[in-house]
Structures are given as C-alpha cells and as structure tokens.
Design a protein around this ligand. Sequence first.
Ligand code: FAD
Ligand code: 2HG
Ligand code: ZN
Length: 493
Amino acid sequence: SASSATGAALRGLNSLTSDDLAHFSKILPASSIISSLPPVKSAVAELDIYNDDWMGKYHGQSTTVLKPKTTQQVADIVKWCNEKRIGLVPQGGNTGLVGGSIPLKDELIISLANMNTVRSFDPISGILVADAGCILQSLTDYVAPHNHIMPLDLGAKGSCHIGGNVATNAGGLRLLRYGSLHGSVLGLEVVLPDGTVLDQLSTLRKDNTGYDLKQLFIGAEGTLGIITAVSILTAPMPQSSNNVILALPKFDNVQPLYKAVKSQLSEILSAFEFIDRTAYDLAVKHGQGRALSDEDIEGAECFVLVETSGGKREHDEEKLNSLLESLMEADEPLINTGVLSQNPAQFASLWALREGVTEAVSKEGKAYKYDISIPLAKFEECVNQTREHLREQGVLRPDAVTHVLGYGHVGDGNLHLNIVAKEYSDEVANALEPFVYEMVAKYRGSVSAEHGIGAMKTHALSYSKDATSIAWMKKLKALFDPNGIMNPGKVLE
Ligand code: FAD
Ligand code: 2HG
Ligand code: ZN
C-alpha cells in the first residue's frame, strides 16, 4: 500500500528538530528560511505553497523550506542532512505532474527559487550557463535579444525552473525539432548527497572523456543530487514562424497526415501536436485560445497543430500554403479544414488551444494523468478503451469521471491520457490502475514518456523496465546516496 511504501522510503530518516533549524540559521539568513519550528516560526501559511502540488493531488507535511542563494549554501545544508539522516526534497517551480516535488511526509524542502542568476551567455556558440532556479520563461527572455531561443518549451514555462526541467528531463513542444535535454544539456553542477559539489559545468560541445556522469542526473528527479547550475545549448531564433490548426474527420488520418506533413515541410517542420475533440472542447470552454468557427470544427474528430520555423518567410509560407492546398485537393482529403494564423496574436491563440489543455483540465476538475509512450496508431484506441473500461466499471458518471481525453506529442509517440473526475477517490483510482499500465505494457510502451515517475508511479516502474534495469538503478542510488536522504520514495520504492 502507499503508506507502507512511504514508511519503507523514510525508514531510518529523522524529522527536523529545533537544533537543525538553529544550524541552518547559521548557513542562511532568516529571510531564506520558512519554518513552523522554533526558533524560526515564520509565515507558516506560506508552507502550503511548497507542500501542495500543482494539481492539488499530493500534499506534504514539511515543517521547513530552505531557500539557499549559493551552491555553497546548498552543499552545507545537504552535508548536515546527510550527517543527521534528514530526508530532503529538491523543489523547482513545483509544476511537476507526478508528485516528485512534494515530500511524502515531513522531509525538508530545499527550494532553488533564490538561485536565479544567469552565469554566462555566449552569443556566438549559443551556450547559456544559468543557476538551476532560473525560470524557463526568464531564460527565453534573456537570450531573445541575442536572437536565440531555449531548446525546450512547455506550458509551465512561466513557473518551471531550468533545474526542474533537467531533473525531470522535460520533453515539451519543441523536442521534435531540438531533441531531448540529454543532447542539449552540455554540463551540470550538482550537490551530491554527501554535500560534495560535482563540477561538470562544461561548455564544450564535444567531450568524450569517459563516463558521462551528468546524464545520470538528467531525469533522476532529484534522487541522486541537487542540480545547482545548468549549461545548455540554445538555438538560433527562427527568422520566420507559422502555425496552422488542421481539423481531421477521423483519427485514422493522423498517421498519413504526419507522413505527408513531414515530407512536404521537411526542414521547416518544428511541431506536430495532437488534441482530440474532447481536449479541444475543454480548452475552448476554459478560455484557452480563441475558438475556431463552427464551420471549421464541424465533423472534426480531432485536431493537429503544425508549426513551421525557418529562415525565410516567403519560402516557408509558400511551402505551408502548397501543403494545405495538396491536403484539401486530394480525392479523399485527410483534413476538413486548416486554420492558418495571420498574425502574432493568432499564432499565440492557436498554440494556446494545445498548450492550454492542461490548464483547462485543471479548471474542469481533478485530473488523473497518464503520460505514456505507445505506438501512434494506438493513441485513439487507448483513449477509447479507457473510457469503455471506466464505463464498465460504473465510474463514468457525473459525480465521478466526467471526461476522458487524449492529446500529445505525435512526433514523439507520446500520448497524454487525462481522466477528469469530480474528486480524487479510491474508486476512480482503482478503476484506472492497473488497467492503464497493463494496456501500456501490452504495447511495450512506457508508463512515463516525459513527466517522470515521482511518487505516482514507483510501483508501476516494472511495467516498462525489466528487473535487471531496476536492480542496477537501485545499485546506483545506493552508491550515490547510501543513507537514502535524497528525495526519498521517488522514482524507486
Ligand atoms: P518541480 O515540479 O519543482 O520538480 C520536479 C522534480 O524535479 C521533482 O522530483 C524535484 O525533486 C526535482 N527537482 C526540481 N528541481 C531540482 C533541482 N534543481 N535539482 C534536482 N532535482 C530537482 N512536462 C513535460 O515534460 N512536457 C510538457 O509539455 C509539460 N507541460 C506542462 C504543462 C503544465 C501546465 C504543467 C503544470 C506541467 C507541465 N509539465 C510538462 C510538467 C512539469 O512542468 C515539468 O516536469 C517541469 O520540468 C518541472 O519543473 P519544475 O521546476 O516545476 O520542477
Ligand atoms: C503537455 O504536453 C504536458 O501539455 C502536460 O506534458 C500533459 O497535463 C498533461 O497531461
Ligand atoms: Zn507533454
């Protein structure tokens, strides 16, 4: 059960005491400590922001949040925690969707929010070195005047930290074009569980000097160390960007459409994102982007957002227009219509329809989120099978599950299966699991495409990873963190 898993993860760890607080007060100024314990006893209500996750699904009981400003302060805190066997949770923007950033019980929260300075930027190479607590949007704003963009983009950009992005190996909306963080992150600075600082903050594109240790921390979700700085390759800003929303009469057209779009747009294709009709309707209902006209959405079963980014406006528009023409003029058109953005406001509005689904779902109710990799051909089947299964289980009803929807990153084979309920309840959870994980395993898919394992899926890891892999993950964890203080109970049980 969940509580026995929590018990096992926290075994041998100690709760914070006033002695610990007194020690932290020597490392940090009072303004960087939020605690309900004496001698600090500060704004206790403020603790909730750090104890509750973005979805309102996970709730910790931490008594204390520390907000260091320097790597040395992080190192001093971690060293103490290791000696005193105090569990700690690194926290970035707290936008994670798998409960990884929230303590299981009363572990110490270390927020990176005050480590938010850009350390360097080279406009020639595009290499940016920044503190882990820099907000993704602020880094985008920082490199923009130098005609560069961040290699990743996601709906949480206004709150998530670059350190959190790296810790979760966030995918997002640009992965199709710029690849994963395993490629674009060039270096990391990490405070290891014993308080040692691992300085791998390289700014080299090429560096084959043995084991690439930094890769271990990308996607480790704070279980192997605290990332304090990131060196990342940014991309030249495209000179021209366009987007279009395509309305499809049926899901079966998505695959041939993807093939046609890839071959015709070729090097200027920068995103190919999918939302089903339920996702679209929820986005519109909750004011994410402007609704398309009734005529444009008539008979549409799902939608695809295509973005192009290139070097020359006329060239890109010509390609996009001839793509649309060829799609519409085919004997059996793959699309009903295409709505092309005509100006920056429309460009943003079309994106909002896709990017805003998560926000819309959270306004509609309580979300169960399954972030899965499965063959593209199975996207619709998975959503429909889940809905059918919930109907059979008797939970598809106005006071339980209200919506089952699918959207995601087609090019990456990543479906976001969301189930919206009135409340989080055991009844709904038991109807969903292990059903969803068994479905994913049947397709040899992944139970986590991009959001991570966190606290949500530790028990589900074995659906996607074999016993040998999990055993080696555990050995690595024990090697780095023999006392199990670093984000206990996350990723591994
Ligand atoms: P947090 O939520 O604070 O933490 C996430 C995990 O990383 C936790 O386990 C935490 O302990 C660890 N962590 C945080 N900072 C550090 C650090 N400095 N060192 C070590 N460990 C650390 N995810 C995607 O992959 N693609 C998307 O498209 C996407 N879209 C989203 C849209 C919305 C509206 C929301 C709310 C979330 C979305 N997410 C997406 C999920 C989430 O935003 C990402 O996982 C993000 O990268 C988390 O960053 P954060 O700073 O908020 O981390
Ligand atoms: C997205 O692609 C995010 O919009 C969030 O990864 C998905 O909320 C979700 O399930
Ligand atoms: Zn996503």
